[in-house]
Structures are given as C-alpha cells and as structure tokens.
Design a protein around this ligand. Structure first.
Ligand SMILES: NC(=O)c1ccc[n+]([C@@H]2O[C@H](COP(=O)([O-])OP(=O)(O)OC[C@H]3O[C@@H](n4cnc5c(N)ncnc54)[C@H](OP(=O)(O)O)[C@@H]3O)[C@@H](O)[C@H]2O)c1
Length: 432
C-alpha cells in the first residue's frame, strides 16, 4: 500500500462507463500505478438523478447532482468526464482545467468538436487532458500514437471503430437480412441506441477518426471536413453480390496522406474477404496504423462496454498518478505545421456500382459510353438478379481505380439514361 498522498478523483457521470470506473476505484485499481505513485481515491460522482438504481454502491455522500460540488472542490485533483455529449461536458472540462485539475475523458464528441480549444487550454494550465477511452473503447491507440510511435511519420490509419454498425453489417452479411430488421434486433439486444442515428449515419465514427487524425497527424479536422456516409441505405443484395465477387462490406473510417493533404473519410466499403479486416466481426473494433519506421500495425479488441472502456480510463488515470508525461496532442504542439485537408473528390479507388437497368439490348453500350467518356475503366460486368415482371435486371459493374469526382459525375449522367431505372448502389472498394 502506497504511503504517498492520494489523488482525489471526481467523476462526472455514473452510467455504463462511470459505474465501472467507480467500481474499479473502490476495488483498489487506483493503487496499481506502482512504487512512488500516488493512489487514486473516489471523492465525488455527479449524476442527473440521485435516486436512480446503479450497479455500484458508493460510500455515503459521494453522489451529488450539483456540478459545483465536484468541479469547485479544491481537494479534487482529477476529473473523469464520462457523461457524454458536447454540452455541458465541454464547459465542465474547461472549468476543471481552469481550476488546475487534470481531466480524463471518454468523450469523442467533445474531443472532436472542441478539442482544438480544450487541449491547448490544458497545456497552458499545466494539466493533462487525456482521452484514451474516446476511441476504440479498451483498445490502446491514443497512447501508442502519442508516445511509442512518435518517431514515425504516420501515412495511414484505417479502422472499424463503431461496434453497433459492425454488428449490423456482420448480421446482414451472414443472414442476408435487411438493415431495418437487423437494426430492430440490435436495439432489442442493447447493441444499438433507441435513436441510432449517431452510429448508423456515421457520426460516431467521424468523431473518432477526427480525434485519431489529430493525434496521428497533428491535424485539426473540423467535423464538416470528414467525408461521411452511413450504412442506412445499404441493401441486402449488396452483401450477396459482394460475397459472390469475393468481398464483404464494412463501415470504414480512414485518414490517409494523399499528395500534400490528408483525406479523412467514413463510408461503407467493400473489403476483400481474405484480408484480416474483413474478419473483424460483431462489436469488435480494429485500428490499422501504418508508420514509416514500424510498418503496418494492428490494434484489435473490444471497442465498447463498461469493463473495456474502464480499462482505457484507468490507463490514463494511472499515468497521471505516476506523473508520466503523455500528451495526446503532442504532434500538433511540436511540429506546429498546419496539415492541409484533401477533398473527397480527390479520392481514388476501385468502385462497385449496382445499376437497375431495363432488360433489353444496347443497355451496356450506353452505360459503357458514359463511363469511357469519364475515364472510368470497367474491370467486370455481371448481370445478377432479374425481375421479369418489371423487365429489369441488376447490373453489377466493378471498375479499375478511378477518381471520385469522375465517378460522381458519371453516376449523375448514368442515372438520367432512359435504359437505367436507378443507380441502386455506388460503393468504394478498399485497396490492400
Ligand atoms: N458505453 C460505452 O461502452 C462507451 C465506450 C467508449 C466511450 N464511451 C463514452 O463514455 C461516455 C459515457 O458513456 P456511457 O455509456 O457511460 O453513458 P451513460 O450510460 O448514458 O451515462 C451517462 C452518465 O452521465 C450522467 N449525466 C449525463 N448528463 C448529465 C448532466 N447534464 N449532469 C449530470 N450528470 C449527467 C448520467 O446521469 P444519470 O445516471 O443520473 O442519468 C449518467 O450517469 C460517452 O462520452 C461515451 O461516448 C462509452
């Protein structure tokens, strides 16, 4: 048992993550930083509703509904923000920093939207703002990028960082079920929120990839500069056709140097079935990092859940207890260079198109004409299911690497052809 002066912890939030952190502190995980480190003690916990039943029993007078009882208590040294959302979390974090408290947070939204103010503010006040749990749940990724990999020039990060969508896509691929059916089931099982938009529209993954881009590339990435497409419009056919062609579909979050800029994007992508990323299923997350010295690295694990996320929060807490110097935003501070962001129009990859076409001669020639004029070269064309009653058929086209801007232009033109009933899917194929 350490004889060093304890560090008092104030929790903001005692929900899924906060309860697991409180339980960990009560069972002595705050003593694990090793010899000479200051032990961590839970002092107060802020909630909205003091009467709610909680999975953890706190000592008397720990729980409060008054933010000042935590934020203005001079005896509290570290604030753990596990409330979520942009506000009031942002104001509370800023208040804690200004009064000289270290902050540990799991909040990707606040880090993404307000990190550019909060991180330098922490630096100015000589405190830490650590956020390992904000991306990838229990997967250690901010720490390695901020310390172990500092000597590397990172060229690319590709990740599956939203467990809810990965669960839905895995089910759709395995069972041929529709998005709506799988979403309903995921909500019943507690894998998806009642309002699933943050997950299925790709916002959550966009927050996280923006946070990772700041740490890995020193880039300030406003949310509106993350290209974002969710999974809501994916149809069961795409999974079946993709499998026939040797692919599976994942919601990919990526940040990659492209020319002299950085392209940050979130969208569903066809992943070759034989690469490891295609096999990261269910609620698992993965982050693949490419550094110039180290080469490719692979971090896989539980991207959410109380215990796994508490593991990441404790990593940060114990770093502070040890006095170890880890600054997640060190790259921005050290290089001071502005990273330019590249537009999605510059993205180049192979594409998968599904066009619902009139089942009659000459269709392909009309489509190939548009693609040819747009400098999009066809790799294969397969006619899939046909609807004899409507006289329509699914035409699946795979292309050679093509520019996004050319593809968008060509798809607009193709959608207006009289032989095309509709452009049912345009999906990017991730290269490995
Ligand atoms: N859940 C995960 O697996 C996971 C994984 C990684 C990161 N995270 C991040 O961790 C954070 C917390 O997530 P969570 O799942 O633990 O959320 P949660 O279960 O909804 O818990 C939120 C907690 O914050 C309290 N709270 C919210 N707004 C408040 C306010 N204005 N004033 C006082 N208390 C307030 C709630 O109080 P009441 O209990 O009284 O309502 C609740 O205890 C989020 O940023 C989330 O993105 C979560």
């Amino acid at each position: 048992m350490s004889t060093a002066q304890p560090l008092n912890v104030g929790l903001l939030g005692l929900g899924v993550v906060g309860s697991a952190v409180a339980a960990g502190l009560l069972e002595g995980r705050g003593n694990l930083a090793g010899d000479g480190a200051r032990p961590l003690v839970l002092k107060r916990a802020l909630v909205r509703d003091a009467k709610k039943k909680r999975p953890v029993r706190l000592p008397a007078r720990t729980l409060t509904t008054d933010p000042s009882a935590v934020l203005d208590d001079p005896d509290i040294d570290i604030i753990v923000e596990v409330m979520g959302g942009e506000q009031p979390a942002c104001d509370y974090i800023a208040r804690a920093i200004r009064s000289g408290k270290h902050v540990v947070t799991a909040n990707k939204e606040v880090l993404c939207k307000r990190g550019d103010e909060l991180l330098p503010m922490a630096e100015r006040h000589g405190v830490r703002l650590l956020h390992e749990a904000s991306v990838g749940g229990g997967i250690p990724i901010i720490g390695p990028l901020s310390s172990d990999l500092l000597a590397n020039r990172i060229s690319s990060i590709r990740a599956i960082i939203n467990g809810t969508t990965n669960y839905i896509l895995t089910k759709m691929a395995r069972e041929g079920a529709s998005f709506d059916d799988v979403l309903r089931e995921a909500q019943k099982l507690g894998y998806a929120e009642a309002d699933p938009s943050a997950d299925v529209e790709g916002w959550d993954a966009a927050y996280k990839i923006a946070v990772l881009a700041r740490v890995a590339f020193g880039a300030s990435v406003p949310l509106d500069r993350v290209y974002r497409e969710g999974i809501v419009s994916l149809q069961a056919q795409e999974f079946r056709y993709a499998a026939t062609l040797g692919y599976t579909i994942k919601l990919l979050a990526a940040a990659r140097r492209a020319g002299d800029g950085l392209l940050v994007r979130v969208h569903p992508a066809l992943i070759p079935s034989d690469v490891p990323m295609a096999k990261v299923d269910g609620v698992l997350n993965v982050v693949e990092v490419e550094g110039d010295l180290v080469g490719p690295l692979w971090f896989q694990g539980r991207g959410a859940g109380p215990q796994a996320t508490a593991s990441a929060v404790f990593g940060d807490l114990l770093r502070i207890a040890r006095g170890a110097e880890i600054r997640p935003h060190a790259r921005t501070g050290r290089r001071g260079d502005k990273v330019k962001l590249a537009p999605m129009a510059n993205h180049e990859c192979k594409y998968y198109f599904r066009l619902v076409c009139k089942d009659r001669p000459g269709v392909l020639a009309r489509i190939a004409g548009v693609l040819g004029r747009s400098k999009i070269s066809i790799a294969s064309v397969i006619q899939m299911d046909a609807d004899a009653e409507k006289g329509e058929a699914d035409l699946v086209i795979m292309t050679h690497p093509s520019l996004e801007r050319s593809v968008q232009r060509a798809m607009k033109e193709i959608s207006e052809l009289p032989v095309v009933a509709r452009v049912a899917a345009v999906l990017r194929v991730e290269g490995y």
